[in-house]
Design a protein around this ligand. Structure first.
Ligand SMILES: [Zn+2]
Length: 390
């Protein structure tokens, strides 16, 4: 009898813990990835020309963290910024789904230690496998498996892009009117290569094709703009770049310290990206890039993705995003600027994935030509990825 009661109590405890975790995951997701209140219907109504142009574009975005959250990405959700239906409504053709794999305590843009990690809470509440609870590498491998399993269940609507051939067939499908969405997997921080550069094979096999060298803290490969030492590229970092370039992987310098940026530019031989950033000239923050850095990336054939959150644009409206893009285009030309939303990156944004046509409309209104808009909204990244991938 006592045994029965204990078993029943245990089962009840497990069920309530499960519900608590589920509720916790969705509450945190909704709070961390919010949208500023705005009147979409009115904005859509005022932008016929932009809406029409948007439907003809190959839209690409360089950075969204959607995979990390406990949300069914094949269904339309009422929280967060992106999922497959919302990408399709926004006419997205190619999306980098980036995985962050460690969260320092007291996260801020100025200085974060490398040795604290709040992610176990997130991993456990989302019921990730044990291998992903305490290991950034385990988390990255788990989330890549998650992406592949979503693609398998998507009825061909979601395709993980691993090669130039995959991307070419996606482009053809889109030209034929299919609403298929291509996903490039990216790592936010090479610290997920936990045991050294040799881990690159496991990451490549898992599908990763973009690696941001650092996130909010310094790691064994280099220094972060929000790290403690903010150092340059280490010997292991140099080897990592050589290995990435050899495999056709794209180097991402978002979150890089000024020294890491300079060291990487000095040794890299391929065009690289800064996937999600703001511009210091318009929004002063150590997290954002200088005009000189923007010019250097452009001079080397690279592209810079403009972020949507307030820390990137210093604004809470679509106009601020448009202003940053227009500034960058004026400085380096339309061939080197792209979208870098940071959707679902613990950001609050003025729009979600369904409303990207409002950026197209805003860019047209700012005086950019339809051809320039076409490049910024996605063709620049399409070209860079086609050239990079093997
Ligand atoms: Zn980031």
């Amino acid at each position: 009898m006592i045994r029965k009661i204990l078993i029943t109590l245990g089962v009840l405890l497990l069920i309530s813990a499960g519900f608590f975790c589920l509720a916790l995951g969705s509450i945190v997701d909704g709070k961390r990835n919010a949208v500023y209140p705005h009147d979409t219907a009115q904005a859509f109504a005022l932008s016929d020309e932009g809406q029409a142009l948007h439907q003809t574009l190959f839209v690409a975005d360089l950075h969204a963290d959607s995979l990390c959250w406990d949300r069914d990405l094949l269904e339309e959700n009422d929280r967060g910024h992106l999922d497959l239906p919302r990408m399709q409504k926004g006419n997205v053709a190619l999306q980098v789904w980036t995985v962050f794999s460690k969260i320092p305590r007291g996260l801020n843009v100025n200085s974060n230690p490398s040795d604290s990690d709040l992610m176990p809470l997130m991993a456990i509440s989302a019921r990730w496998p044990l291998s992903a609870w305490f290991s950034p590498k385990g988390r990255a491998l788990h989330l890549a498996r998650r992406a592949h399993s979503l693609a398998d269940k998507s009825d061909g609507q979601l395709q993980i892009i691993r090669s130039k051939g995959d991307l070419t067939s996606l482009i053809e499908a889109r030209k034929g009117g299919e609403k298929k969405v291509g996903i490039l997997l990216g790592l936010e921080g090479a610290h997920a290569l936990e045991d050294g550069v040799g881990d690159i094979d496991a990451m490549y096999d898992a599908g990763y094709r973009v690696i941001g060298l650092v996130h909010f803290f310094d790691n064994r490969y280099g220094g972060s703009s929000s790290g403690e030492a903010k150092g340059g590229l280490t010997d292991e970092g140099k080897e990592l770049i050589r290995q990435m370039e050899g495999r056709g992987m794209v180097v991402d310098l978002a979150h890089a310290s000024p020294r890491l940026f300079a060291d990487t530019m000095a040794i890299s031989t391929k065009p690289l990206i800064i996937s999600h950033t703001g511009l210091q000239s318009l929004c002063d923050s150590p997290r954002n890039i200088t005009d000189q850095q923007l010019r250097e990336v452009a001079d080397r054939g690279g592209i810079v993705g403009i972020g949507y959150w307030e820390g990137a644009t210093c604004g809470q409206d679509i106009e601020s995003i448009v202003k940053s893009i227009a500034y960058a285009v004026k400085l380096v030309g339309a061939n080197h600027v792209a979208l870098g939303s940071d959707f679902d990156g613990s950001t609050t944004t003025p729009l979600d994935g369904t409303e990207l046509s409002l950026i197209t409309a805003g860019l047209l209104n700012s005086g950019m030509s339809p051809d320039q808009v076409r490049l910024v909204m996605g063709e620049n990244f399409q070209k860079l990825a086609l050239a990079a991938l093997h």
